[in-house]
Design a protein around this ligand. Structure first.
Ligand code: FES
Ligand SMILES: [Fe+2]
Length: 356
């Protein structure tokens, strides 16, 4: 049995970056539901419809399906749908069957992310969407990408909640010995569905990722403060500063470099997950060389995880007699996340309380 975590359906998930949705049709599968995305001509609102024509199930995201104004015209026989998914034209007859409609889904565009709701639309409360303001705020520069992984989304949650793997899997990029050596503290807000994992390293080696981008040459204080909003949004508040330079009591931080690392963990289907990643910084914001370096370096780091998780999913799927895991201290955050995800799956119909 390959590793499989059930989906929490009544939750918001990131389906795309704002920049990916436009007047070209975009197809993406979220929680096993094939969806098609576009923006209206009228006011640029994102539209999300089920990606199968009600007639013979042609994928509406595939050519020669096209937009006619804000309507979508199926590329097979021309069934035409409005932005609510209602069919407004069929070929060869005047009467459009009453049942001719495709599902439309609640969608919210916020912080340069397109969030969709797959579950019961009556429960979709935009107020419960966690924020990632740094992705779309003046004063921040962001590099980003998305990689599909052939692995259960639970494996990506495990991966991100335990950064001690940086030392081994990402050595020479973001990993140094101190990451694996330094104990973590974990805090869980069960009600809000938030897991916080912190690792503060004093007098640590500066990994190439930060040495080359910030110009720091000596040893550093390095803070990693994870804030995981189950199920989808993962924030890593990162601070690096030369040893001895600490933030002032008033929060100002002479010599500290703040980086926000964002992941959106969106299950695509069983054993498939979209790995949205972004690195935002409030330093050297106009420096294109730094931007290029961070984009390339972080893509390499992400691909190291992608390769490892693809392999892990295959490996777990070939064990003949099932398997048992052995968890240790570093897994505290990941285990808390699994517990929360299991609850969200079980509750199913209860959205998260407002967390802001
Ligand atoms: S499959 Fe879409 S019109 Fe026939
Ligand atoms: Fe990683």
């Amino acid at each position: 049995m390959p590793h499989m975590t059930a989906f929490a359906r009544n939750q918001w998930y990131v389906a795309a970056y704002s920049q990916e949705v436009g007047r070209e049709l975009l197809g993406r599968t979220i929680l096993g539901e094939p969806l098609v995305f576009y923006r209206t001509e009228e006011d640029g609102t994102p539209v999300v419809l089920h990606d199968r024509c009600v007639h013979r199930r042609y994928p509406l995201s595939e050519a020669p399906t096209r937009l006619d104004g804000d309507k979508i015209v199926c590329g097979y026989h021309g069934f035409t749908y409005d932005t609510t998914g209602t069919c407004v034209y069929v070929p060869g007859q005047k009467r459009v069957p009453r049942t001719a409609r495709v599902a439309s889904y609640p969608v919210i565009e916020q912080d340069s992310l397109i969030w969709v709701w797959i579950g019961d639309p009556a429960l979709a409360d935009p107020q419960t969407i966690p924020r990632a303001k740094h992705l779309d705020s003046p004063g921040w520069t962001t590099v980003r990408g998305m990689e599909p992984i052939d692995a259960d989304y639970g494996l990506l949650v495990d991966n991100l909640l335990d950064l001690s793997h940086e030392t081994y899997l990402h050595g020479g990029y973001i990993g140094t010995p101190e990451v694996a050596e330094t104990p973590i503290t974990t805090e869980v807000d069960e009600g809000a569905g938030i897991v916080r994992v912190s690792r503060h390293m004093d007098d640590a080696e500066c990994p190439p990722f930060y040495a080359k981008s910030t110009g720091i040459t000596g040893r550093i204080n390095r803070w990693q403060d994870i804030e995981y909003h189950a199920p989808c949004l993962y924030l890593l508040h990162s601070r690096v500063a030369p040893v001895g330079v600490l933030p002032e009591a008033d929060g100002s931080d002479p010599g500290g470099f703040h980086t926000e690392v964002t992941y959106c963990i969106t299950p695509s289907g069983d054993g498939k997950v979209y790995d949205f990643w972004a690195v935002s910084r409030d330093w050297a914001t106009d420096d294109d060389e730094v931007t290029e370096f961070l984009a390339g370096n972080n893509r390499t780091v992400v691909m190291q995880d992608v390769t490892a998780l693809n392999l892990l999913q295959k490996t777990l799927g070939t064990e003949r007699h099932g398997y048992q895991e052995l968890s240790i201290n570093i897994d505290t955050g990941g285990l808390a996340a699994r517990r929360i995800l299991a609850r969200l799956v079980e509750e199913g119909d209860k959205p998260m309380e407002k967390v802001q």
